[in-house]
Design a protein around this ligand. Structure first.
Ligand code: NAD
Length: 350
């Protein structure tokens, strides 16, 4: 994949201090982009943003996505040509505890980004990163969602992302199309990879158990998800933002996920992680009767494949192997910048 398009381009990434945002900024920086980030301070300690020393290589603006005035100033000052919107409250369980906050950040945050895109003529290509959870989900096994299915996520996180999609569609139809801005949304499945330290996610929970020699508790062993390595959707985001820049007919919504052979249960994922970590990693299955989360979630990725001649590169076994390699390096105090760069280079050269 040729990413030389990004060389010298100013790319604004919201959510740059998060897990996906940090990997994305690293890839962009490795390809010569001028990267401007807008997000809150990293939420966890440790966090990938600091581990990769990204603040030394890019402009990092710490601000709330709900603060339209501050976001406007960032657009005024840096005049981005490409905008990738990732900032969000992304945890399902947190959304049950803080529904108003989740809607505020995920919906009004998107309105604010769309508004800045509308009022800054520098922007040529805009991508809103949502999730595979935007669809109305009846938990029917073997039902891979297609892009034209109903948007109506169940829990406040998923539903706020459905709303974020709808906001983007309205801005596109009402303003951005006529202004000549290319706009798409990307609905990715659950991602795994090194450098995620969020709570209530299975691989970060496994890594913490590994680091502290405690037993991992698996809450939903049988829930099936289209897990994929973080580099897969990030490359797709960069492909979409680049290709639609040249061809506005490509604007739309895209599912991004693995092929069905790589859909995995949570238990299988943990077993694979254990295989890469040795006997010190231990886990137990214990349901905690938590709030509702979909049991089955699968995605139809054929539109992304057909439109961009793309296909997933990393099977689930390798996605877990790469994640475990990264967390083992973290536990053993190895050079994480070097390892992250190596994983990116190997992935892009495949
Ligand atoms: N991780 C996954 O499995 C997954 C799957 C599908 C979609 N997504 C989406 O990808 C995006 C990034 O997810 P992630 O896993 O990197 O999450 P993360 O929690 O690691 O990062 C979230 C980012 O959003 C920023 N943010 C949160 N609230 C903010 C606010 N009020 N103002 C400004 N910035 C704010 C944070 O500072 C951080 O930079 C999100 O939009 C998420 O919904 C994630």
């Amino acid at each position: 994949m040729d990413l030389s398009f990004y060389k010298g381009k100013t790319v604004l990434v919201t959510g740059h201090t998060g897990f996906k945002g940090s990997w994305l900024c690293k890839i962009l920086l490795m390809h010569g982009a001028k990267v401007v980030g807008y997000a809150l301070e990293p939420e966890t300690k440790p966090n990938l943003f600091s581990q990769l020393s990204l603040e030394k290589e890019m402009v990092s603006i710490i601000g709330d996505i709900r603060d339209l005035e501050k976001l406007n100033k960032a657009f005024d000052r840096y005049q981005p040509e490409i905008v990738l919107h990732l900032a969000a409250q992304p945890i399902v369980r947190t959304s049950y505890q803080k529904p108003v906050y989740t809607y505020d950040v995920n919906v009004m945050g998107t309105v604010n980004v769309c508004e800045c895109v509308r009022t800054h003529r520098c922007v040529k290509s805009f991508l809103n990163v949502t999730t595979d959870k935007v669809y109305e989900n009846d938990d029917i096994p073997d039902h891979p969602f297609k892009e034209d299915e109903k948007l109506d996520g169940y829990d406040p996180y998923s539903n706020s992302k459905s709303c974020s999609e709808i906001v983007t569609h309205s801005y596109y139809k009402s303003f951005l199309k006529e202004l000549g801005v290319a706009v798409s949304t990307a609905r990715a499945g659950n991602v795994i990879g090194g450098g995620d330290f969020s709570k209530d996610r299975i691989i970060p929970d496994s890594a913490r158990a590994l680091a502290s020699s405690t037993e991992l508790v698996i809450r939903n062993p049988n829930s099936t998800r289209p897990y994929q390595h973080v580099l897969e959707p990030l490359l797709c985001y960069l492909i979409i933002a680049k290709e639609q820049y040249f061809n506005h007919d490509l604007c739309g919504a895209y599912n991004i996920g693995p092929d069905s052979c790589d859909f995995s249960t949570t238990e299988k994922l943990v077993k694979l992680f254990a295989k890469n970590c040795g006997p010190e990693f231990k886990y137990v299955i214990k349901s905690d009767n938590g709030p509702h989360e979909a049991a089955f979630l699968s995605l139809d990725n054929s539109k992304m494949k057909k439109t961009f001649n793309w296909s997933p590169r990393i099977h689930i076994e390798d996605a877990v192997r790469l994640s475990a390699e990264w967390y083992n390096a973290w536990v053993n105090n190895q050079d994480l910048i070097k390892l992250t760069e190596k994983q990116i280079k190997e992935f892009l050269s495949e």
